[in-house]
Every structure is written in C-alpha cells, then in structure tokens.
Design a protein around this ligand. Structure first.
Ligand SMILES: C[S@@+](CC[C@H](N)C(=O)[O-])C[C@H]1O[C@@H](n2cnc3c(N)ncnc32)[C@H](O)[C@@H]1O
Length: 261
C-alpha cells in the first residue's frame, strides 16, 4: 500500500536528550502558528511521533493551542484529535483537558504542551489553567486531573509526551517541571527526559540578560520534555482516579435524566 504520509525531508531523528531547534517550523508549510504565544516547536512533535507512533495511529492533543500537533500528525499520516479550552481554528475542538470526550485506551500517543503557570495570557476562558499561578498547589492539582485523563485514553504501553518549563516568578524559583514530574510518576513509568533549548523567548533580550545578572537570577534556558509510558497494570492512584471518573460520569448521566423528566 502506498504511504499516505508526506515526505519529511531534512528531518533527522534526535539521538541525545538535548534538543535545540533554531526555528519553530520546518519545511515550507506552517505547522501551528508561530505567532501564537507559547507555540510548540514543530520539530519536537515530529520527533515524538516518529519515535513512538506509526501511520494510522491515533494521536491526541488535549491543549492544542494553534494546532501544531494537528499539522505535524496529519503530514505524517497519523490520525489526530485535538482540543483546547479556547480553540483558535476549526479543527481544534472546544473541550476542557480535565475531561476528555474519548473512550478508554484509544490513543497511541498523547502530546501536551501545557501552561507553565500564569505567565502567558492565552485567552479569557475562566477554565483556562493558564490563569492559575504555579506558586499555588491548585495549579498542580488541576494538571493532575489532565494527567489522569491522558492515562485513561492511552492504550496500554501508549506514550505521553509532556512539555513544561520551570518558572522564576515574583522573585521566587518554582521547579514547575519537577513538581509536575512527581505527579506524572503516580500514573506512568518514565521512558526518558529531554531538555529543549529555549529560543525566541520574549525575555531573550539584552535588558533581560542585564537584569538577570544584576538581580542575581537566571533566565530559563530550557524546557523539559517528559516521555512517559502507560504500563499494563494500574497503580493505586490510577484505580482511585478511575473510580472518581466513573462517579462523575454517573452523576452527569443522572443530572441529564433528571433534566429530561
Ligand atoms: C502552551 S499552549 C499550547 C501550544 C500548542 N501546542 C501550539 O503549538 O500552539 C497551552 C494551551 O493550553 C490551553 N489550555 C489551558 N487550560 C486548558 C484546559 N483546561 N483545557 C484545555 N486546554 C487548556 C490554552 O488555551 C493554550 O492554548
């Protein structure tokens, strides 16, 4: 059968755990929108999908933003479903990442580039997790609800790739990545941890480098990419979150039935 995937010339699979891409995009077609604040480098998604999926597999992005995952996945012949709390294009469906409208164990790979705290204003939606400060434990509690959903929709041995960065916020360092990693390990087993060089950041200007030296703090130089695998046996946390999910669904169905009466 001929391959449906478009050829991906000039792309080389990364072989170390330090990835440094000079531009957001590759090739001559856009992947996502490089003007979208917080857009993911398309090479990151290409590398993840190339390693952990094959043609026809289902890829899910619960926080799709400008849709980089959609463009990369389609070009590679993968099936893709993408959601965002405030969609910016038609093929991104409106949904909260804490409750995915998908069945259990359907996806081969879930890619997430979540908010890193409240440093970027993505939209005005009240349920945007990017409105919660990473200084608040609630930020990680809400992200854990997303983790549980990613786990539920992944097939056994499916891969979750999650990008995030630490924060230097209000004169305080918050190890956002490491705090998230703790939560991820409650559900998944680690495959590896990649560092992605941060380029084209608004803070990478002379004045910010001067401030960082003068005020003795560091500008963020990298992001984490956590690569996690769903094991075939559920941990105690997963069993509990499954039970909670079922209770929420039962309550919703009950509410809908009452409405019909
Ligand atoms: C870092 S951006 C994603 C960038 C995207 N990968 C791209 O390349 O354009 C994070 C996204 O998370 C979305 N988001 C925040 N809270 C959400 C929620 N509760 N459910 C779904 N999406 C959410 C934001 O609207 C934002 O688009």
């Amino acid at each position: 059968m001929p391959s449906k995937a478009a050829p991906t010339r000039d792309l080389v699979l990364e072989s170390t755990t330090l990835w440094d891409f000079p531009t957001q995009n590759y090739g001559d077609r856009p992947h996502g929108d490089n003007k979208y604040r917080g857009v993911t480098p398309a090479f990151v998604i290409w590398n993840v999908l190339q390693r952990y999926t094959k043609e026809g597999d289902l890829v899910v992005d619960p926080m799709a933003g400008s849709g980089t995952t959609i463009d990369v996945a389609r070009e590679m012949g993968r099936q893709v479903v993408a959601y965002d709390i405030a969609p910016t294009r038609e093929d991104v469906l409106q949904n909260d990442a804490r409750c995915l409208p998908l069945g259990d164990s359907v996806a081969t790979c879930v890619f997430v580039d979540s908010p890193y705290g409240d440093n970027i204003q993505y939209n005005d939606h009240p349920n945007c997790i990017g409105k919660i400060s990473a200084n608040s434990p609630r930020f990680f509690e809400e992200l854990e609800k997303c983790i549980a959903e990613c786990h539920r929709v992944l097939k056994p041995h499916g891969v979750l790739a999650w990008m995030i960065s630490d924060q230097w916020n209000k004169r305080k360092f918050v190890p956002v990545g490491l705090l998230l990693y703790q939560r991820l390990t409650r559900y998944f087993e680690p495959i590896d941890l990649v560092c992605i060089a941060r380029r084209n950041q608004t803070s990478h200007t002379g004045i910010w480098h001067y401030r960082a030296r003068r005020n003795n703090f560091f500008l963020r130089g990298f992001k984490y990419l956590f690569l996690m695998r769903k094991t075939s046996t559920d941990s105690a946390v997963v069993a509990e979150s499954r039970a909670q999910y079922k209770t929420v669904r039962r309550k919703r169905i009950h509410k809908r039935r009452l409405k019909k009466l």
